[in-house]
Design a protein around this ligand. Sequence first.
Ligand code: NAP
Ligand code: G4F
Length: 343
Amino acid sequence: MKKKALIFGVTGQDGAYLSKFLLKKNYVVHGVKRKTSLINTKRIDDIYEEPNKKKKSFFLHFGDVIDYGSVFNLITTIKPDEIYNLSAQSHVAVSFEIPEYTANTNALGALRILEVIKNFNKKIKFYQAGTSELFGKVQEIPQNENTKFYPRSPYAVSKLFAHWITVNYREAHDIFAANGILFNHESPLRGETFVTQKIVKGLVKIKLGHREKLLLGNIYSKRDWGHAQDYVEGMWKILQQRKPKDYVLATGKTFTVKYFIKKVSEKLNLKLVWKGKGLKEKAYLNGKPVIEINKRYFRPSEVDLLIGDARKARKELNWKPKKNLDSIIDDMIFYEKKNFNGK
Ligand code: NAP
Ligand code: G4F
């Protein structure tokens, strides 16, 4: 019998890569999509299967983690072997504007799924999409599974609840529930408002003469950026262990946002010249400002530095990232140029 996986958040960056990964592993994959006014399945259209197809392996269902009824119905009718909870209001800056919605989705969403597992079938394995944002104002460099958490946003605080409720259901109810504490991971499928994708899309458009300016916030924060394709493999490996445990997935390298801009502009052969400081700092191309700093993209409290120590995952999961920052950027630029439609 093929294994059955249920993915909450299937329409997101990681949901798309994980679906493809699991299909290759011969799973039957069920994904949960939200009802939205515009179609939100762009990232998974390439694996869509006709409803009448015999031996279908990929199914989509409407649902929402803020709706307990839908969570209950999905889990009890699909009867999955593994559940991956990737659903989230995943934008840190946005979480300052809609904190309650963020908490409802990210914190209580995880709890709702765990409650159904507890009451319906404790044998279902559960993966919770945890985050390096938990480390926030970092208490140690680099950060590992034992580093103290210090969340710095409503997003991170909501994920802190999800982290501990996952641990609690594992300990209290003997459920195979595990957290991946994942550092930033990017790809051509990254959401357009996250900084790496914003930079790649913005600079490609500037290069092609379809845009004049890119507005950014804090370009001095440092992130440990990996590739989403590598990280979904780690999620799966976490659920294949004998015992449920929490793991950091990271590259162990950190770079500033400004360095990311430098790499992208070099690859596009854009000769940027930086001048000014603080909010007046600008990058010029042929004497014209093309990147400016704008207050609206700063956060009320920032996470200045993230760098992960993934030695536990390396040792116990035999996991390590295959793609470095250069290949992540190459991948993103290639896809952006190929799919650029003049808008
Ligand atoms: P993403 O692209 O923003 O995808 C989030 C997914 O959650 C989307 O499918 C979204 O649906 C869905 N969703 C949002 N609210 C929902 C709700 N109320 N009910 C059901 N589904 C809902 O995020 P990602 O980058 O793939 O990240 C996946 C998970 O890993 C998230 O939980 C994120 O917080 C966490 N994480 C990400 C990173 C990273 O660097 N990417 C690092 C650490 C942790 P729509 O498509 O309809 O919006
Ligand atoms: O790309 P970002 O929005 O990612 P952030 O905040 O690190 O969060 C992402 O990674 C987390 C893992 O650590 C996930 F849990 C989370 O769901 C998400 O996927 O911002 C990265 C950095 C920040 O310091 C931000 O202040 O870039 C800085 N930044 C500068 N200008 C900007 C911008 N970020 C965005 N989104 N937009 C800007 O214009």
